[in-house]
Design a protein around this ligand. Structure first.
Ligand code: GAL
Ligand code: MN
Length: 340
């Protein structure tokens, strides 16, 4: 009898002491269940309860760092952050080959940016989605200046003639509109995934199917180790891209994002519409479409995140954390290129 009471007391005090652990476990199980169901097929808007919980638990995301103490490999909403050593490419290649997927790689070579195409395409042939079918979608106002590059089997260049704009900021932002338009008109019938990148870049190491997921974003090389408050989100409430100081998980780069055609369609639609509302209100977000992309990702959490291995600029040095530099900025003379 006395023993029984003692036991009960012990259980009570145990529960009291470890209440927070139990609470966390329950919350974790629910969110795991939610994200597991999401990762299976479609992505939904992230429920406001989860966004609310996330904004409270950290100023800087830290949840799983099993590789090395400085390498975050899982987000607080349980999706992978892709670094060298976190995946098995052989197994993934087999899975994606069985699905017989085609990947669309979109780039914009407007005005003088056509000068970047040759290196971009040649290095993509060496490193991008090796062994898979690829369509390079080249948006340009100068179709005659698209270089002829020798392509491996199953890979095509598709030139899409589009208009240009006088300001580079406008050219940059209109990418959302153009990707959106062609997603519905063409990409949906031709490819499974879209990868949308900057053209003033070169591939320097493998970028393969490990990046593919319903909706993925890339950590901006300048902010992957920063705290939330130093992210360069749009901070003016008058803009549609506004993100308050206590929200947001990462600062993502507009130079590398993607997902299924359906998800990229949804993302680009929302961003383009927000850009147009800003235009009507006479405001332009601080980092143009990148600000809108970041806003989108606060409320539609990506299902996979790419580490800065996938978007690097050697002017930032070569930190130890980077075991691979897969996709590198090509140095450019801004004045000579940007508005020309
Ligand atoms: C810079 C980059 C810009 C923009 C900005 C965000 O390094 O050149 O394109 O991404 O960071 O703060
Ligand atoms: Mn760029």
């Amino acid at each position: 009898m006395r023993k029984d009471k003692g036991k009960r007391r012990w259980v009570k005090s145990y529960l009291r002491k470890h209440f927070h652990i139990l609470g966390c476990t329950v919350v974790l199980s629910f969110s795991l269940g939610y994200f597991w169901s999401m990762s299976n097929d479609t992505c939904q808007d992230t429920p406001s309860k989860i966004i609310e919980a996330l904004r409270k638990i950290y100023s800087r995301p830290q949840i799983l760092k099993p590789l090395r103490p400085d390498v975050l490999v899982m987000t607080p909403w349980f999706v992978p952050i892709v670094w060298e050593g976190t995946y098995n490419l052989e197994i993934l290649n087999e899975q994606f080959q069985q699905r017989n997927i085609t990947v669309g790689l979109t780039v914009f070579a407007i005005k003088k940016y056509v000068v970047f195409l040759k290196t971009f395409l040649e290095t993509a042939e060496m490193y991008f989605m090796v062994g898979h079918k690829v369509n390079y979608y080249i948006f340009t106002d100068r179709p005659q200046e698209v270089p002829k590059v020798e392509l491996k089997e199953g890979r095509n260049v598709v030139v899409l003639q589009v208009q240009n704009y006088s300001r580079w900021q406008e050219i940059s932002m209109r990418r959302m509109e153009m990707i959106n338009h062609f997603s519905q008109k063409q990409f949906i019938n031709e490819v499974d995934y879209l990868v949308c990148v900057d053209v003033d870049m070169r591939f320097n190491d493998l970028v393969g199917v490990e990046i593919l997921s319903n909706l993925f974003g890339t950590l901006h090389p300048g902010f992957y180790g920063s705290e939330r408050r130093s992210f360069t989100y749009e901070r003016r409430p008058a803009s549609q891209a506004y993100v308050p100081h206590d929200e947001g998980d990462f600062y993502y780069a507009a130079a590398f994002f993607g997902g299924t055609v359906k998800e990229v369609y949804k993302l680009t639609k929302k961003c383009h519409e927000a850009i147009m509302v800003d235009k009507d209100n006479g405001i332009e977000a601080i980092w143009q479409e990148e600000s809108h992309l970041n806003k989108y990702f606060v409320y539609h959490k990506p299902t996979k995140i790419l580490s800065p291995e996938y978007l690097w600029d050697d002017s930032l040095g070569r930190p130890q954390i980077l075991r691979k530099r897969r996709f590198l900025a090509v140095p450019k003379d801004h004045d000579a290129i940007k508005n020309k």
